[in-house]
Write a protein of this length. Structure first.
Length: 275
């Protein structure tokens, strides 16, 4: 039951299709016995400013933000943290006594999933295909950990901006000339939407892969790229772990409590299997 004391969280975006966030978060709230609820709220772009004002006015504990609002929400907030500022996008907002603070938990979620998968980044050469928002989120952290980070995108202007920004963090980042420049990389990451559909072209030349490489796709399921890489003996990882851990980070930002990760993970997996 929702009462006057219930702290509301939720997701805004437009359009909003099927999302497993309510299942994962509400299961976590119930497990901890805390009076929070997570709801889904479609917000059309022209109503974003009103919706953000509503977060304050209605006393929401916080919200998640998804497309197309991740960038446009920033000027409507009172503060954003360093990583959200670098990435240029916010996916989590905390209402701290009427002050709205923006975070981006994608990069943290990715790094947690890497650690959980037993992937050691020390001394590794990494190649990322894509220079969009997801790439910015993960490269912000990867550039600090790996020996060398190469990036490619068909949009050269976007690529050049990202590489320049990353070099302000650490001078081990390079713009790759060709999408096939993966031969000397230990870890190859697809940070493009290619693979969302089985009919999509592969984002990179799989002939450059071998069984010594790790292939990661930021899409939440085993894409054609991952299936081909797995058949070639590569260690593979999809984006489900990042989805889970970025949600855990948001949960802890809102509640200030340690998330019950086991029950939240079971809820997410159950939701995916039943989708």
């Amino acid at each position: 039951m929702i009462t006057a004391k219930t702290k509301i969280t939720g997701l805004i975006g437009y359009p909003l299709g099927h999302t497993l966030s309510p299942l994962m978060h509400n299961t976590g709230f119930k497990q901890l016995g805390i009076d929070y609820r997570y709801i889904v709220m479609p917000v059309q772009p022209h109503l974003l400013k009103d919706a953000v004002r509503g977060v304050k006015a209605l006393g929401f504990a916080g919200i998640n933000v998804t497309v197309p609002h991740k960038e446009n929400v920033i000027p409507l907030l009172d503060e954003i943290n360093e990583e959200a500022g670098f990435i240029g996008a916010v996916n989590t907002v905390l209402n701290r006594e009427g002050s709205l603070i923006g975070f981006n938990t994608d990069g943290r979620g990715f790094m947690k999933s890497i650690k959980e998968a037993g992937i050691d980044l020390k001394g590794k050469k990494v190649f990322i295909v894509g220079a969009g928002g997801v790439s910015r989120a993960v490269s912000y952290y990867l550039s600090k950990e790996v020996e060398r980070l190469g990036l490619f995108d068909i949009d050269k202007d976007k690529l050049d901006v990202l590489v320049k920004d990353l070099k302000n963090i650490r001078d081990n980042v390079y713009s790759e000339i060709t999408i096939n420049s993966i031969a000397d990389s230990d870890i190859v990451i697809n940070a493009t939407p290619l693979g969302m559909k089985d009919t999509d072209l592969l984002p990179l030349d799989v002939s450059k892969l071998n069984n010594k490489k790790i292939v990661i796709d930021m899409i939440y399921w085993d894409t054609p790229l991952l299936k081909k890489a797995d058949a070639m003996g590569c260690k593979v990882l999809n984006g489900l772990g990042m989805l889970f851990w970025q949600g855990v980070a948001a949960f802890e930002i809102w509640t200030g409590a340690e998330a019950p990760v086991d029950v939240m993970r079971k809820a997410l997996i159950k939701g995916i299997e039943g989708k």
